[in-house]
Design a protein around this ligand. Sequence first.
Ligand SMILES: [Mg+2]
Length: 181
Amino acid sequence: MTLPYLLLDIDGVLIPFPAADGSTPPTHVRHTVLPTGRRPDDSVPIWLDPSQGRILTDLLTNGIVTPVWCTSWRKDATTIIGPLLGLPDFPYLDLPRPQITTSHPDGYLWKRDHVDTWLGRSPAVWIDDDFTSLDHGWAAERTSRGTPTLIVQPDPHLGLQPEHLTKVTKWVSQLPTARAV
Ligand SMILES: [Mg+2]
């Protein structure tokens, strides 16, 4: 049995956007990190919700999905973000680095072509804050062709919420092969 992939974004999902006044959610603990390639004096503030680490760990270790980071943090997701949240180690997609000034250079999420090729015909649930209607159409079309595909889109100012993960769990549980033994 092939488990569905769970593609997980970070910015706008695990790290919600700050409010207009720069404040960040009280649920989220601030950290200062040094992403790959930045000078030591050019660290970056981030904020993560420890309780999300626990909830995500439960989801990612219960054997219903195969998690993969899908984020412009790329490998840093596995070495910085995952460990800060206490998540189990899992792989990342080595996304391309297009020279773009918008996240939707062709009207849809810039990650999607890479993801589409990488997934092949595998079922997937993809959590990202930045889909357009074309991405939702892509997911619907994949599903209609027999490859179950769920898009989950948190509000980037709120980030991942418990109901998003409930949605994932429910979706996986109704897949035809999910309960095969
Ligand atoms: Mg994002």
